[in-house]
Write a protein that binds this ligand. Structure first.
Ligand code: GCO
Ligand code: MN
Ligand code: MN
Length: 390
């Protein structure tokens, strides 16, 4: 039965083809369900209310397929898109499955492997653009090391930069309407992956030839695995105008990469994340990079996918309740205690402000006396979240 939390294309939810076709394989066990045909996958995503799909080149076109096979698959994908109205919102390259990438793609020590990785990416970009993708994600799962002696990490940064400069130039030369989003991860599958956090990526982007074309694709699980606060990373990317894409999922801290249903861990963190995206008018896709538990059959996969979207919409509604709650609003006002005089001073660096600030009467003992009622505030948030308030 449709209700207020039934996903619709206007909500801009997307899934990777690899997420809903995940067959439940893990490092210790064989698949527990058959992988889904990509075209059927696209049609089913549309049926459950997703706005778009994403794919790695080889999720759609098998590795090593010839031109005829490729064109046939593209034709079928386009037909599924026209029939259902679903769009292709993002594309990416599989630079991690094949053994050729066992020691990295863009950062391999072997220039022929690096060249092959760039060549594969150019073909994958062509494919993504043909299907209408506007965002291209780079996730360097194999760009890292276990034996740091073997690869100079400084040189690795240079190689990564060379590859991205080559590819931004390629996109410009082809006149493609495409932006890049870099996705950080601290480890897995490599012992350590270069550019481990969204913050590292933001700094790296500033060193590129065409930095305006490149943003980030933070993933909830990735910062969380490293014990970091994901919201803060997303906020920094947003404030820098670099949040081009986002990978939403669930994850316990300091574990292997779990890729759980969105909101299934740390519900409060998920709520504040949704609030952040909505209140700061994030316009990109709400992408879920997760997969169903190994226990599920084909139908359970769609329970998982629906669950991700419903949880997002429920949290969006809860976030609005929080922002509309009179007691929460009053508490926040009291806590913030905005002082226009000092705000204006700090906002305006220069000799005049510095002089004024040096002379200003500020008594730390007095300032420290002001209580901050965070206990009450956080309890109210919990009560809204738990559904007994608002
Ligand atoms: C992971 C990553 C990937 C990427 C995907 C897109 O941990 O495996 O999150 O799922 O997001 O490869 O590039
Ligand atoms: Mn991931
Ligand atoms: Mn991801």
């Amino acid at each position: 039965m449709p209700d207020a939390f039934t996903p619709k294309p206007e909500h801009r939810f997307t899934f990777g083809l690899w997420t809903t076709s995940n067959p439940g394989r893990d490092p210790f066990g064989e698949p527990t369900r058959p992988a889904l045909d990509p075209i059927e996958n696209i049609r089913k995503m549309a049926e459950i209310g997703a706005w778009g799909f994403n794919f790695h080149d080889n999720d759609l076109v098998p590795f090593g397929a010839g031109a005829a096979e490729r064109d046939k698959i593209v034709k079928n994908a386009k037909k599924a898109m026209t029939d259902t109205g679903i769009v292709c919102s993002m594309a990416t390259t599989n630079l991690f499955s094949h053994a050729v990438f066992k020691d990295g793609a863009f950062t391999s020590n072997d220039a022929r492997v690096r060249a092959y990785a760039i060549q594969k990416t150019m073909h994958a970009i062509d494919l993504g653009v043909e299907l209408g993708a506007k965002i291209y994600v780079f996730w360097g799962g194999r760009e890292g090391a276990e034996v740091d002696l073997a690869k100079d990490p400084v040189e690795s940064m240079k190689r990564m930069r060379e590859a991205l400069n080559f590819l931004t130039r390629y996109v410009k030369d082809q006149d493609y309407d495409l932006t890049f989003a870099l996705e950080a991860k601290p480890n897995e599958p490599r012992g350590d992956i270069y550019l481990a956090t969204t913050g590292n990526m933001l700094a790296f982007i500033e060193t590129l030839d065409d930095k305006a074309m490149v943003g980030v694709n933070p993933e909830y699980a990735h910062e969380t695995m490293a014990g970091l606060n994901f919201q803060h990373h997303v906020a920094q990317a947003m404030e820098a105008g670099k949040l081009f894409h986002i990978d939403l999922n669930g994850q316990k801290m300091s574990r292997f990469d779990q890729d759980l249903r969105f909101g299934s861990e740390d519900l409060k963190g998920a709520l504040l994340l949704v609030r952040l995206l909505e209140n700061h008018s994030y316009v990109g896709p709400r992408h879920f990079d997760a997969h169903a538990y190994r226990t599920e059959d084909a139908e359970g996969v769609w329970d998982f996918a629906r669950g991700c979207m419903r949880t997002y919409l429920i949290l969006k509604e809860r976030a609005r309740k929080i922002d509309d709650d009179p007691e929460i609003r009053a508490l926040l006002k009291e806590i913030r205690n905005d002082d226009e005089k000092f705000e204006a001073l700090i906002e305006k660096p220069g000799k005049e402000s510095a002089e004024k600030l040096k002379k200003a009467k500020l008594n730390p003992e007095e300032l420290a006396k002001r209580p901050l009622r965070y206990e009450r505030l956080d309890q109210l948030l919990h009560e809204v979240l738990m559904g007994v308030r608002g």
